[in-house]
Design a protein around this ligand. Structure first.
Ligand SMILES: Cc1cc2nc3c(=O)[nH]c(=O)nc-3n(C[C@H](O)[C@H](O)[C@H](O)COP(=O)(O)O)c2cc1C
Length: 348
């Protein structure tokens, strides 16, 4: 964008996306209501309640307003896997966007737009990397956009994962991830999709097979988090896959406090599921997460404004997080504390 060109507004991005996305209504609040059960598409599985609940539970948490403090410089940068990023929010993997959202984007162009913005905004993206083409594309992007991509591979049989994890390591990926809860997609898509649960032993083998950190996405219990720790996993994503694999799963944010109690400080904890604003980022930091993944709004961002749309949404998050920190008295992410939240009973 030239120096003089006016930056896109989020409203403009949404207006374009609304025309070009076939399955997503680009609602003012991305809360899972209008897309209940729309799969392929952005919805949650079945009645869609899994996605809806994730949104509702986050909204039950509020921030305590307190502006009686000495203002310092506000810094919301985050350290993740030993590297510093501008914001505790990364882009989630969203596979096959052309089938899920409409033909305007193929997966590769979609994530190129995301990564161009990640370079500009000092961000990071998880990349869908299941199947030979998606894996090759994501490895090429890891090479090109050094340190800004984490390939995310479906939980295929162990021999396939061992081979593909090695290829990620050789491509210089910052880390490699498998969405273990993707085991449920064999059922969603009517199978036969060769995905499956994996034992702690298998996870141990995977972690030992590469020198880069391994991240497990789709951990929803303290017990599951401890199993990951035992296997040598570097980080987990507390996630129910956006409500797309088990309709009756609780919201990730409901599980975050107990998971953070179980493994916090010993591994990276990310969380996703209806995290939409800077205030939501404040909430998940206060409850023990390193940061969040955000998926569906970034699909709107790409369809509505390509890499500029992605930067527009990221800047919006930055502004909102700064505001939340300023209005509660936290100058750095480390200063964000649980007491700054007004919590419902379930989160205490
Ligand atoms: C259309 C679509 C495709 C997705 N594809 C993947 C995928 O390939 N791998 C994965 O780990 N998660 C996938 N997810 C789950 C997201 O990464 C994320 O966990 C979920 O959408 C919750 O975050 P959100 O509410 O911010 O979208 C997908 C979600 C959607 C909506």
């Amino acid at each position: 964008m030239s120096e003089t060109a006016k930056a896109l507004t989020w409203k403009e991005v949404c207006d374009v996306a609304r025309k070009d996305m076939l399955t997503c209504k680009v609602c003012k609040e991305c809360n899972g209501e209008a897309c209940r059960g729309v799969m392929p598409g952005p919805g949650g599985k079945g009645t869609g309640i899994g996605f809806v609940r994730s949104y509702q539970k986050l909204q039950e948490i509020k921030l305590h307003l307190d502006t009686i403090y000495e203002l310092g410089e506000i810094d919301y940068s985050v350290e993740f896997l030993g590297k510093r990023f501008a914001l505790p929010a990364f882009v989630a993997p969203l596979a096959t966007c052309q089938t899920q959202y409409g033909p305007k984007y193929q997966s590769e162009e979609f994530y190129r737009a995301v990564l161009r913005s990640a370079v500009e905004q000092d961000g990071l993206s998880f990349l869908p990397a299941s199947g030979e083409k998606a894996l090759n594309d994501s490895l090429a992007m890891c090479r090109e956009f050094e340190g800004r991509g984490i390939p995310t591979i479906k939980p295929y049989p162990l021999d396939v994962l061992l081979d593909e994890f090695k290829r990620c390591e050789q491509a210089g990926a910052l880390a490699v991830c498998t969405d273990l809860d993707g085991a449920g997609l064999a059922l969603v898509q009517g199978g036969p999709v060769p995905v499956m649960p994996h034992s702690v032993k298998n996870l141990e083998k995977l972690c030992a097979s590469v020198s880069i950190p391994v991240i497990i996405k789709g951990v929803m219990t303290p017990k599951g988090a401890k199993k990951c720790l035992e296997a040598g996993v570097a980080g987990i994503v507390v996630s129910n896959h956006g409500g797309r694999v088990l309709e009756q799963a609780p919201a990730p944010v409901e599980m975050l406090p107990s998971i953070a109690d179980a493994v916090g400080g010993r591994m990276e904890i990310l969380i996703d599921g209806a995290i939409r604003t800077g205030a939501d980022l404040f909430k998940i930091r206060a409850l023990g997460a390193t940061g969040a993944l955000i998926g569906r709004p970034y699909a709107v961002a790409v369809y509505g404004g390509d890499s500029e749309g992605v930067s527009c949404y990221t800047k919006k998050l930055k502004f909102e997080l700064r505001e939340a920190m300023m209005m509660t008295g936290a100058s750095t992410l480390a200063e964000i504390e649980k007491e700054m939240l007004y919590l419902p009973e379930w989160a205490k």
